[in-house]
Ligand binder design. Sequence first.
Ligand code: MG
Length: 110
Amino acid sequence: MDWKELLSFIDLTDKRLRNLFVKNYSTEKERVFARVAKLTEEVGELSGEVLASMGSQRKEKLKDYNRSNLSDEFADVIITTLLLAKIMEVDIEDALKSKIEKINNRFSKE
Ligand SMILES: [Mg+2]
């Protein structure tokens, strides 16, 4: 999957979510709060899978451990982050380019 395909999927998913939850949120502000809550949920799930991958969860959680869950949760965090960026009208491609340049500049000075 390339960057264009990913952003196209995000646009489509944004439209699907707007249709699915059309009655749940009357304002964009409520929609933003819902997406922040969802991102927090997904970060929590990723944290749980990272702990499980290191054997640092309760026994009952470890018995269902499957490494593919870890991959799924990384994907969930990225997708929910991109959906939040979209609703916040952040150009994520520009944001990433700018951040990568800053990081590269930081390391080039060392
Ligand atoms: Mg998840």
